[in-house]
Write a protein that binds this ligand. Structure first.
Ligand SMILES: [Zn+2]
Length: 394
């Protein structure tokens, strides 16, 4: 193969363009999506937009190549995390090219992948591939993989559902075959207020909440000590964590309300629903009877904040061997961060791996960047993918 210089002009122009849209998750992503829709339209490709409730945001789905067969889906999220309070050396939404790096919000996570895929669209179409490449670009990934769920609902019933999916989250172009799942909850604790001198006649919401948090900490210790373990993950076991705790107004008042947020980040082998059931059982059997003996209206309620299924591809799955052969790698990795890959696999039934340019250690930071080397590797990946799909029907 002819050696190419990393960062062909079309890729760089497209990366610059995508970074210029402030698609922080709280903002609309429509300007970016409409730009992509227009770009594809100019190439003769129609896009399907799947909007959110108030039509301020949309997923985009498009097929390059024959529409009557399954093909490969390339997927990425268009939203980025906020820059608030971060100290950037230059405007986060203006791409800066210096020292072999491209700086800008989303450069690593994950607009460069989307941009490179789009920059290759004219070539994909010109080659008239045997196997189509589908593009799936989502919104609201960074706030719990919210947006893509509407697209997943449509994908799962498609007559020619993609045969496999590559999510281009930053993995330094390593093939990532698994990630942990995440389920998070808010617990609301209702107590009974009184003057603190009458504490035994009241129900102290803060104290019962604290007992539940202590129980969660015990679960965390148990998983850290007893496993199960999967040493391919950097944190090799399921983790349990409480991140927010609110309650009480004054020391001389027995607090009537308390709330706390907690999460399970679980190995694919662990069942998040069973983890949640355990804390619920503890609350129902140990805490609420004591609370309700004083006030029948007191107790706990739980609100689900997010549920991202784990990704769990096997080493010998077709999608894994296929993507490894395109990436020219024999190794693979597992990561702790959640992505849309788990949803594609579990809810749409599409075998999925993660492989994309840039490093997760750069993501979400001030002066986020991607190296030109990573851009080059992703371009090579795209050329090899196109060459393969030119000949092979999938
Ligand atoms: Zn991401």
């Amino acid at each position: 193969m002819v050696q190419q210089t990393p960062g062909q002009p079309d890729s760089l122009k497209m990366i610059e363009k995508l970074i210029s849209y402030d698609t922080t998750s709280r903002e609309s992503n429509l300007e970016l999506i409409e730009f992509v829709q227009g770009y594809l339209q100019d190439l003769g490709v129609e896009s399907q937009l799947v909007y959110n409730e108030d039509k301020r945001k949309a997923n985009l789905y498009a097929t390059l190549g024959p529409a009557d067969r399954s093909g490969i889906m390339l997927s990425g999220h268009t939203d980025v995390v906020p820059v608030d309070g971060q100290n950037w050396a230059s405007d986060p939404f203006t791409m800066r090219h210096a020292d072999g790096k491209l700086y800008g919000r989303g450069s690593s996570d994950m607009k460069s992948f989307i941009a490179i895929v789009l920059a290759f669209a004219p070539e994909i179409l010109a080659r008239k591939l045997e196997t189509p490449i589908h593009l799936a670009f989502s919104y609201d990934e960074e706030i719990g993989c919210v947006g893509v769920r509407r697209l997943v609902e449509i994908l799962k019933d498609m007559p020619f559902k993609p045969a496999m999916c590559i999510v281009g989250e930053p993995t330094d172009m390593k093939v990532v075959i698994a990630h942990k799942g995440k389920q998070s909850y808010r617990a609301h604790v209702r107590g009974l207020e009184s003057h603190s001198s009458l504490a035994p006649q009241a129900v102290n919401a803060v104290e019962y909440a604290a007992e539940a948090v202590t129980y969660l900490k015990g679960m965390a210790r148990r998983y850290a000590t007893n496993g199960p373990f999967d040493e391919d993950f950097d944190i090799s076991h399921t983790t349990v964590h409480t991140g927010v705790f609110h309650g009480g107004t004054a020391l001389n008042i027995v607090p009537k309300e308390c709330s706390f947020d907690f999460e399970f980040r679980h190995l694919p082998a662990d069942d998040a629903d069973a983890l949640f059931a355990e804390i619920q059982t503890y609350v129902r059997e140990k805490l609420e009877p004591e609370m309700q003996a004083i006030d029948p209206d007191s107790g706990f309620s739980f609100e689900e904040l997010s549920a991202i299924p784990a990704l769990d591809a096997r080493e010998d799955d077709d999608v894994v061997t296929f993507v490894k052969s395109i990436a020219e790698r024999n190794d693979h990795g597992k990561v702790a961060f959640g992505t849309e890959a788990g949803l594609f696999q579990k809810h749409a039934g599409i075998p999925t791996v993660i492989c994309g340019p840039g490093s997760i250690t750069q993501a979400h930071r001030p002066d986020e960047f991607i190296t030109m080397e990573q851009i080059g590797l992703c371009e090579t990946f795209m050329r090899r993918l196109i060459d393969r799909l030119d000949k092979e029907a999938i």
